[in-house]
Design a protein around this ligand. Structure first.
Ligand code: ADP
Length: 524
């Protein structure tokens, strides 16, 4: 069975071989069956012909017996007595044998209507009686209906005798007749045994003939179909070869395309790196321009004040007596105050930038946003206890742990900046709400305040470095840009919403939930 399965495997399948084998089996079976059918038909035909022959013969011998035996004997002796009159029996025997001579008839029996054998070509059978019901064919003929039975060689006949050669037993009604041969009443039954030994040969011949004819017809068909199948098989082979070649070419093409894509991807990565690099350069440029602008003003003031002070000092020193007026000293104090303020402003800008640059190497770990928020609020209230009195802070932290992968210091820096901005924007009595939310794949943090709000035209700009609406001594415009950078580095996003001036502001930060994003991807 496994071998058979193996042969049926598409790659092993041989169309021609299968066609030949199945055709051969079908031809053999069909030839045999058709031969059998033909032999049977032939046999039926032969039996029919023999029955017809028996009918003609019996009609003939019926007449002959009347003409040559019964009528003359009755005329001469007045009655028929075959049992006791040997001469009558001999005459009848001679008449029968004369008529049988040269014919294919082996035996003849004459029965009366009781089933008694009144004459037989086998004299020893004369006088035997066959009871009604013992022989159905005889009964049928006694009732006026001819009947016959084929006895095959090797079986027994109606008398129980062995049949060496196939024969046909035919029973016909025997009639009384006048001199013209017209049938009158039935007086008995005539039975003849026809030799059918030729039948066997004829049947065998018919079988042979039919087998031969079917075989040759099927053979012809086989050859015609074989040529078609052969052609089809060649076409299939050619197509298979083409398909295999196409598949190989396709594989090669796929490989080539993959290489090309890989190459293109490398180029893309290279270009992306260059873009990032140029973007970095651009932001450094923007930062430098902003920084220069921010620091230039205070430095110019410092320089102006210093120069003014120097000129005034020289004029005082060159003055005879070197006295100094009180107003002059007040101007000195004013200038020095300006110098001090502007210098502090520069210091603040620089230290903010330094803070940021020091933290630029992040240390990622699994952190809980809720605890960082608590910690931030504690430290802010510790450093700025006066805030406690002015604004109300409401904290709604998620009950689910809001864990992200991040640098705790940098995240704290973001929260400090946002909360400090809200403090600055909110008047005494205002409210600051901080909430966290754990979503399916993200953590969300909201900073909402009821402060001054943001003008719609500023919403797009507030994350730009050095964008500030605060007076020079209070704002540097660096806080939110630092927040943006940190959130971005954590693969998060920061958004701002405000319905306008005086209507408060909302800052919303979204981070990927720890475990939902590959850490390496983030650090990379
Ligand atoms: P700075 O606070 O030094 O001005 P930031 O970058 O932190 O710098 O803020 C930039 C600007 O964004 C602020 O000047 C302010 O106009 C606006 N801003 C930030 N936070 C708020 C807030 N909570 N409400 C209203 N405006 C805000």
């Amino acid at each position: 069975m496994p071998k058979f399965k193996k042969i049926l495997h598409p790659e092993k399948f041989n169309l021609i071989l299968y066609y030949t084998l199945t055709s051969f089996v079908i031809i053999v079976i069909l030839s045999f069956v058709i031969g059998k059918v033909f032999a049977r038909l032939e046999s039926q035909e032969l039996v029919k012909r023999s029955e017809k022959y028996a009918h003609n013969f019996i009609t003939h011998i019926n007449y002959e017996l009347y003409k040559d035996f019964l009528i003359p004997t009755l005329k001469k002796s007045g009655k028929i007595d075959l049992e006791n009159n040997r001469r009558q029996l001999r005459k009848l025997d001679n008449t029968v044998k004369e008529n049988l001579y040269g014919l294919n008839i082996k035996k003849l029996y004459l029965y009366d209507l009781e089933g008694n054998i009144i004459y037989s070509t086998l004299s020893e059978h004369i006088g035997f009686a066959i009871n009604r019901g013992e022989n159905k064919k005889l009964d049928s003929a006694i009732n006026g209906i001819p009947a016959s039975a084929l006895r095959l060689s090797g079986t027994v006949d109606s008398k129980g005798a062995y049949v060496p050669e196939t024969l046909l037993e035919s029973y016909y009604p025997f009639y009384e007749m006048d001199a013209e041969g017209t049938k009158k009443a039935q007086v008995g039954v005539l039975e003849i045994y026809q030799d059918m030994s030729a039948l066997k040969k004829q049947i065998a011949k018919a079988h042979q003939k039919a087998t031969l004819m079917t075989g040759s017809a099927m053979g012809g068909l086989f050859i015609a179909l074989y040529l078609i199948v052969l052609k089809a098989s060649r076409i299939i082979d050619a197509r298979t070869r083409q398909l295999t070649e196409a598949r190989n070419t396709l594989e090669q093409n796929v490989e080539e395309r993959t290489l090309e894509i890989r190459e293109a991807y490398k180029k893309l990565q290279h270009t992306q790196r260059r873009l990032v690099q140029s973007e970095k350069l651009a932001s450094i440029g923007t930062l430098a321009t902003g920084l220069a602008h921010e620091i230039n003003n205070p430095l110019a003031s410092v320089a102006g004040c210093a120069e003014g002070l120097n000129e005034r000092l020289i004029s005082i020193l060159n003055r005879p007596g070197k006295y100094t007026e009180k107003e002059e000293l007040e101007i000195f104090s004013e200038y020095l105050k300006i110098i001090s303020n502007e210098t502090y402003r520069c210091k603040s800008i620089i230290s903010n930038l330094l803070n940021f640059s020091r933290q630029s190497e992040p240390h990622f770990e699994r952190i809980d946003i809720n605890s960082i928020i608590k910690n931030t609020i504690d430290s802010l209230q510790y450093h700025q206890p006066e805030n406690k009195a002015k604004q109300k802070i409401q904290v709604n932290l998620s009950e689910m742990p809001c864990e992200i992968i991040g640098d705790p210091q940098q995240i704290k820096q973001v929260f400090i900046n946002l909360i400090t901005n809200s403090f600055h924007a909110t008047e005494a009595g205002g409210e600051i709400i901080i909430a966290t939310l754990q979503k399916e794949t993200t953590v969300q943090i909201l900073f909402r305040d009821t402060g001054v709000g943001i003008k719609p035209e500023y919403l797009n700009r507030i994350f730009d470095p050095f964008f500030t609406t605060k007076p020079t001594e209070k704002g540097t415009g660096i806080g939110l840009s630092i927040c943006y950078g940190i959130v971005d580095m954590h693969n998060g996003r920061i958004d701002v919403f405000s319905e306008g001036e005086g209507r408060g502001a909302v800052f919303e930060i979204t981070f990927p939930l720890a475990g939902k994003q590959d850490n390496a991807e983030r650090t990379g």
